[in-house]
Structures are given as C-alpha cells and as structure tokens.
Ligand binder design. Structure first.
Ligand code: E4P
Ligand code: PEP
Ligand code: MN
Length: 454
C-alpha cells in the first residue's frame, strides 16, 4: 500500500520484555559497545512503514482468514546487499504482480501481495559454524549480520551492517512504492506479460486458463471497467523478525493510540527455530500491533500452537496471527490436520498459509541444496486437501522466489536437472523458484483455488 495514514510514530523505549528470555540464533558480536551504538542510531531514524499501513494489512489478513482474500508472500530466502539493485527489485515485483493477476482470477478474490523484501536480511542457521578445508568460521547469517565470503573478516558479525540493512530496506520500499503506485502494476500490462509466458510451448497446458482470463479482461473492458483506476495496487513488506536488537530498535509508539508497532516491515514472522512460546522472539512480537506470522513444522504439537495463539493473539483479533505451515510434501497430509483441528476447536481466528519450500529441502547428488518443483506443488495440493476435508480456509502461500532466471529448484516446465543446477545457482542460503517456475506455480495454484471454490 503504500500510502496510508502518515500518523506520527515516535521512537520509544524498548518494550523490553524479551531481554530476560532465551534468545536463539543471535549473532555473537565481538564488541557490545558497537552494538549498543548502532541500536541508538537506529532508534533515532524514521520508521520504514507506518501504523496506518500496518493496520490495513491486518484487515486484509483477516479477510484472507475468511476466504474473502488470498495471501501471496514471496521473495528471496535471504536478500543480499549486492542484489539491492533496481533491476533485481523490479523483477521480483513484476513476478509477484504476474502471479497475483493469475491468482486473482483463480481465487475470485483480491490477492494480498506481500514481498519477502525490504528487510529479509537475517537468517537462522542449522549450524553455528562452517568448515571448509580444515578452516572453521562462523556461519553466514544474512547480510545484516556478516558477509558471505569465507574469510574470518567477512564472517565476523558486524553491527554496522544493521544500519546498511535499514538503509537498503528503505530504498527497496521506496522503489516498490514507486512501481506499485506509478503505473507499473497496470493489469492490462501484467496480463500481457502473462500471455507471453503461456505462449511458450513448455507451458502450453496453461493456454486454456490464460484464454479464460483474456475473455474476462475483454468482458471487463466491454462493461466499461476503468482500468486506469486499477493501476495502483497495495504491496506490503515482510521478513523474519530474527535480529532482536534490530527489531527492538525499529519499534515505535503510535502517537494516535499509544500502541507499539514494529516499523521495519508491515508483517513480521517468527521462524521455526525461534518460535518457543516462552522465548524472546515470541515476546518481542507479542509486544507489537503488527500482523504477525509463526512458521510451524511437522514436529509441532497442537498444545504448542495453542500456546503461541495465547501469546500472540490472546484476544482473537482477526488478521493478527498467521500460521505458516512448512510440513514437507510427505508430512502435510498427516501433520497439518491435528493443528488445524486444535485451532478450530479453540475458536480464535488464524490465517492459514502454506510455505511449501522449507519442508522440501534436499541435497542433490552433485552437492546443491535444492528442492523439487513437484514436491513443492504436492505440498500446496496437500494443504488445500486438508482444508477442504476439514471445512477450513486455505488463506495463502509463502514462497521463496526471485524474478531472475536462476537454476536452483529442480524440475518444472524447464525441466531443470541436477547438472542444470550448476548453471546459475546464485542464492546465498535456500534455493528459490525462478521467474518461470513462479508463474508456473501461480497457474497451478490458481487452478487449485478454482477447484476449491467451485
Ligand atoms: O531459510 C531457512 C533457513 O535459514 C535455512 O533453511 C537454514 O539452512 P541451513 O540448514 O543451511 O543452515
Ligand atoms: C528460515 C526460514 O524458514 P523456517 O523458519 O520455516 O525454517 C525462511 O523462511 O527462510
Ligand atoms: Mn529459507
């Protein structure tokens, strides 16, 4: 969205309750004084997002929980400072807009567009260290923490990187606002890009669906729809709230209401590795008014999820809490139902979103961290099947993607094979759908949505 009420957000004293709780996945900074100085600097800077925008997203998420909207969240696993270019940002926005146009048709509802962008710079890792040729160094934890190069200097966490992440997030948001408010989101244009995609023989199977959308566009035109009025779209930003010091420093009090908002992004989520109900990350998110997400994997017990609902949405506010499930294609059909049933019995609303990426990560025989397109799609299918069987609402998808032509995920219409991964494997952490695979997913999910509603 991006215009919104520019209400006053004041720098605030830390909400603080997270500080005395266990905090996983935090960088070991060599100089605590430097960390404190960066925190102070960030606290004096303008917010990146505004409370009015954040509230609007909350109401959109509430609509998605009811099946009156559908959420599309997508972007890099880890944004990089090097990738903070106009081209990279434009291609990601374009990919998300193209996906959203197809999904709008399939869902017959508005699509809530959220980039894993403008702040997705910190990563949880399985191991604290990485060893290469006998040399052991700290793991790469995202560009807001340390550098990817395998040297002691690059890998040593540097708090000044948080300031860089803040500034790059600001420039990314600025460009997103310019694109989505300045005509780049024109539905006629986006639709013509999608026609280009379906004219490729590899995606012939979507031709009939694309023609249906064509007909709908002609109908709208004939009926006198003002396409110029549809040129501006809401586009929100989200990332994992992993770096406690950064998120704390970006917390502001809204002068209208006295409420606290995380102003580094519209939506913040807590990851699978840091979602302990009594731990620091959940306490931090419990203290702000933003819509929040929690990632949930196949080992989660219903009681754990209900404890998270207690902490993160005690009053059952619609749109406040999204549960982003990442079960794996082999587990989704047995691991998801008990969680959905427990939440339904509890009665407080959540927005159910599928992340079909993180439960389907494998290592290829030639050593690449990758995922199979078919497994990703199968998890989405399983997600729809479970919600259909239980009569609950599939509210959205959360995917790792990029607008470029990378070769990181196996399969899809381009039939990327293990040898093909070597061609353009560029991700810093997890494998992303490329532009074509993202559109292919959108068409398949649109068909699932159509079947779900039909
Ligand atoms: O993006 C998610 C996690 O940060 C990532 O999957 C962890 O990857 P690792 O197992 O390579 O540390
Ligand atoms: C770290 C991530 O996911 P999860 O917490 O689900 O593993 C991620 O979304 O990149
Ligand atoms: Mn990831």
């Amino acid at each position: 969205m991006l215009i919104g009420v520019m209400n006053k957000l004041e720098a605030t004293a830390s909400p603080g309750t997270w500080r005395d709780r266990p905090a996983a996945q935090q960088p070991a900074y060599p100089d605590p004084g430097a960390l404190a100085a960066v925190g102070e600097d960030l606290r004096s800077r303008p917010p990146l997002v505004f409370a009015g925008e954040v509230d609007s997203l909350c109401s959109r998420m509430a609509q998605a929980a009811l099946g009156r909207a559908f959420v599309l969240m997508g972007g890099d696993c880890a944004e990089s400072f090097d990738g903070n270019t106009a081209t990279d940002i434009r291609l990601k926005v374009q990919t998300i807009l193209q996906m959203a146009a197809v999904l709008t048709y399939g869902a017959s509802t508005p699509i809530v567009k959220i980039g894993r962008m403008a702040g997705q710079y910190a990563k949880p890792r399985s191991a604290d260290t990485e060893t290469r040729d006998g040399l052991t160094l700290p793991s790469y934890r995202g560009d807001s923490v340390n550098g990817h190069a395998f040297t002691l200097e690059a890998r040593t966490p540097d708090p000044a990187r948080m300031l860089d992440a803040y500034l790059r997030s600001g420039t990314t948001l600025n460009l997103i606002r310019a694109f989505t408010m300045g005509g780049y989101a024109d539905l006629r244009e986006v639709h013509s890009w999608n026609r280009g995609f379906t004219h490729n023989p590899a995606y012939k199977r979507f031709e009939a669906f694309a023609e249906e959308i064509d007909r709908a566009m002609r109908f709208m035109e004939a009926a006198g729809v003002d396409f110029d009025a549809l040129k501006q779209v809401e586009f929100y930003a989200a990332h994992e709230a992993l770096l406690l010091e950064y998120e704390d420093a970006m917390t502001r009090r809204d002068s209208r209401t006295g409420d606290l908002y995380g102003t580094s992004a519209h939506l913040l989520w807590v990851g699978e590795r840091t979602r302990g109900a009594d731990d620091a990350h959940v306490a931090l998110l419990a203290g702000v008014r933003n819509p929040v997400g929690v990632k949930v994997g196949p080992t989660a017990e219903p009681g754990e999820l209900l404890a998270l609902v207690d902490r993160l949405n005690p009053d059952g506010e619609p749109g406040r809490l999204s549960v982003i499930t990442r079960m794996g294609s082999g587990r989704v059909r047995d691991a998801l139902p008990p969680l959905v049933e427990a939440v339904r019995a509890d009665g407080r609303p959540v927005t159910w979103i599928t992340d079909p990426m993180h439960g389907n990560t494998i290592t290829s025989d030639n050593g690449y961290k990758t995922r199979r397109f078919e497994a990703i799609m199968d998890e989405v299918r399983g997600f729809f099947e479970v919600h259909r069987a239980l009569g609950t609402v599939p509210g959205g998808i959360h995917v790792e993607l990029t607008g470029g032509d990378v070769t990181e995920v196996l399969g899809g219409g381009e039939r990327i094979d293990e040898a093909g991964l070597a061609e353009r494997y560029e991700t810093l952490v997890d494998p992303r759908l490329n532009h074509q695979q993202s559109l292919e997913m959108a068409f398949e999910v649109a068909e699932m949505l159509q079947a779900h509603h039909g």
